[in-house]
Design a protein around this ligand. Structure first.
Ligand SMILES: Nc1ncnc2c1ncn2[C@@H]1O[C@H](COP(=O)(O)OP(=O)(O)OP(=O)(O)O)[C@@H](O)[C@H]1O
Ligand SMILES: [Mg+2]
Length: 250
């Protein structure tokens, strides 16, 4: 992996993080390139969710460097990470809607937090977002009345309401039936194109990872042990990548 440069939205070098004896990051390097659709794969507990949170400054690391658009982020002053959180949309794993808010208010929430948009703009964004996710007209429905697939899609709409240039999705298709997996994958690709965004997706679904990504990166034993295009990853020599990928691809 080369030197960090400004074509990378994120450049991570030498990341280390332990919880007591549990070493989660052990000198991890990763680049996220501008405009790419990257998928992060790896076993359960390998640190995928923690990595996304670390990039947003929501989980402090012990050592290492995180650059966002070329600028070094420091844990001791929160300014840099605040800028990251303003610019990066995130769909958290098992992302829950607020049950006490209807669909409209769920999607409007991040816009209200930012305090930049007036009501007319919020209304427009909510309606546009529902169209984008293929659920126009459900503004006044309540989360309790939505199916699991619909909830996921509304959560996606909320994640992109501020029209971020960089979006993280942590397991966006977890628990969905195959039709909804395909639908959500198409949606993720469509959103990345419409928003002209850089996308990082964490998934256990290898068909998704290999079907829609520009690049796939695998996290294992605290490091990125392989990264490349889906074709490159299929042909990679590393036995640990092979075993993981082969176990789920025919
Ligand atoms: N706040 C915390 N305190 C202690 N340990 C933590 C904390 N956050 C994460 N960990 C540990 O870090 C490791 C990585 O967790 P993480 O949630 O990132 O895994 P993951 O790769 O996302 O797994 P999954 O695929 O199951 O979602 C786990 O061993 C977890 O127990
Ligand atoms: Mg996780």
């Amino acid at each position: 992996m080369g030197e960090p440069d400004s074509d990378n939205v994120f450049s991570v070098r030498g990341l280390r993080k332990s919880f007591g004896p549990n070493v989660v990051f052990d000198g991890l390097d990763l680049d996220v390139r501008r405009g790419e659709f990257m998928t992060l794969i790896g076993g359960s507990g390998s640190g995928k969710s923690l990595l996304l949170k670390s990039l947003l400054g929501l989980a402090p690391v012990d050592e290492g460097s995180i650059r966002f658009e070329g600028e070094e982020l420091r844990g001791d002053t929160d300014d840099g990470f605040r800028r990251v959180r303003e610019q990066v949309g995130m769909l958290f794993q098992a992302s829950a809607l607020f049950d006490s808010l209807d669909v409209y208010e769920n999607i409007a929430y991040p816009l209200r937090v930012k305090r930049e948009a007036d009501e007319a703009k919020i209304h427009r964004v909510v309606c546009e977002s529902l169209k984008l996710i293929g659920l126009p007209g459900i503004e006044r429905m309540w989360p309790a009345d939505l199916s699991g697939g619909m909830k996921k899609r509304v959560a996606l709409a909320r994640a992109v309401a501020v029209r971020p240039k960089v979006i993280f999705y942590d397991e966006p298709t977890e628990g969905l039936d195959p039709i909804n997996v395909t639908r959500v994958n198409r949606l993720l690709l469509g959103l990345s194109r419409i928003l002209d965004a850089t996308t990082v997706v964490v998934t256990h679904n290898m068909e998704s990872a290999f079907g829609i990504s520009d690049r796939v990166a695998m996290l294992h034993d605290g490091r990125i042990i392989g990264s490349g295009t889906p074709d490159e990853m299929r042909r990679v020599d590393d036995r640990r990548v092979r075993e993981f990928v082969d176990a789920v691809l025919d």
